[in-house]
Design a binder for this molecule. Structure first.
Ligand SMILES: [Zn+2]
Length: 380
């Protein structure tokens, strides 16, 4: 396998890659729009079938369908597949295209979801295409799993995703690269809690002592919660939303808040969940209801580092200088790494502005990422 030949092939394919990327970006696919996510899934299923992949569409009553494709032979009998992981959905509502249309300006291409992660999907397609075109057979089959609700915690197909990962020898995640194309070897675990306080309403002027102020109880609890953070160790908690009360002159009966939690290590989970869930009312007449917990375990570096080293060496052979990066954001790689399966993330597009109005990719990186992915698949 000659990485340079893969690079040359992918670079010659850039116009076709951009054409496909435009089609994919112009099929808007917000997580909660089942019909649109299904449409994009069907389009990609057709593309994969044209490459002679065996394709399965996993339907879901409420969420969009996920797509699973297999190429390069059958898994089973001791041959473990490589799992490519992508997601069809974006955080952009339907109609966003009219204010941020697909466009290419200089070396950048813009559009909703172009970085997170439609360019990653295109890299996946072309990596597989490059291997076929150059008649390079990986050691085992490659399975390509396109999830449909990653941006909403991957609830619909979590079980199938975990089952796919358990069978795999390695998971390559097509989420966007970190700054300057760095690969992601470490992700924090993510969680969310909701604290609801039930107090007792009363007239704030006539009978304040009869009331139990839910807002003052909640704010005192939130100060306690914030003290659990260990920012120097990467463990952070942030109150993201708060609501409560009805009128200024009414002692509020209810108040609630949601808290975002990021944990660097698996062991932090138990401590955070225990300490948040065991909060006790400061005013004994108030009731506390606490829901939530850690929903994505951390992706620890140990699961990624040997894959990263391999990728870096292949990068050198193709004239790329690849760094590794750690991020506070979660992905489906968190789940696969937590199963103990080697997982390397950030193999998708290079750019900036994920989930932001200036979301874009660097066009010249597109074939380079596809070639890197192809080379990695070929050598695993
Ligand atoms: Zn993503």
């Amino acid at each position: 396998m000659n990485p340079r030949a893969l690079l040359t092939y992918c670079q010659s394919e850039l116009p076709a890659m951009l054409d496909c990327l435009q089609q994919v970006v112009e099929m808007e696919s917000p997580t909660n729009s089942k019909a649109e996510v299904d449409r994009l899934g069907n389009f990609l299923a057709r593309e994969l079938k044209r490459s002679h992949a065996k394709v399965q569409i996993l339907k879901h009553a409420r969420a969009g369908a996920a797509v699973v494709a297999e190429l390069f032979g059958k898994s089973g009998r001791g041959v473990k597949p490589i799992l490519l992981l992508g997601h069809l959905d974006t955080v952009w509502d339907l109609g966003t295209l009219s204010r941020m249309p697909f466009k290419i300006r200089g070396d950048r291409a813009y559009g909703p979801g172009i970085l997170d992660m439609k360019s990653g999907i295109v890299c996946g397609l072309w990596a597989l295409g490059a291997l076929q075109a150059l008649k390079i057979s990986p050691a085992g089959p490659v399975r390509f799993f396109l999830n449909s609700d990653e941006e909403a915690s991957s609830l619909a197909f979590r079980k199938q995703l975990m089952a796919e990962a358990k069978k795999a020898k390695a998971v390559l995640v097509l989420e966007p690269a970190a700054v300057a194309g760095a690969l992601k070897t470490e992700r924090k675990g993510t969680g969310e809690f909701r604290i609801t306080v039930c107090g007792r309403s009363a007239h704030a002027g006539i009978n304040p002592a009869a009331g139990v102020n839910a807002i003052s109880e909640l704010t005192r609890q939130l100060l306690r919660v914030e003290k659990l953070a260990r920012p120097h160790k990467g463990l952070t908690l942030s109150v993201g939303t708060i609501s409560g009360g009805t009128r200024t002159n009414v002692i509020p009966e209810r108040a609630s808040a949601t808290i975002d939690v990021r944990i660097p290590h698996v062991e932090d989970r138990e401590m955070i969940e225990r300490r948040v869930c065991s909060l006790k009312p400061i005013n004994p007449e108030a009731l506390l209801e606490i829901q939530g917990g850690i929903n994505r375990p951390p992706m620890e570096r140990a699961r990624a580092v040997h894959l990263f080293r391999r990728a870096r060496e292949l990068g050198w052979e193709m004239g790329m200088e690849l760094a590794e990066a750690s991020t506070g954001g979660g992905s489906d790689g968190n789940f696969t790494a937590a199963l103990g399966i080697p997982t390397l993330d950030g193999l998708g597009g290079v750019g900036d502005g994920a989930h932001a109005l200036d979301e874009h990719i660097i066009v010249r990186e597109l074939p380079r990422r596809a070639a890197l992915l192809a080379a990695l698949i070929a050598t695993l």
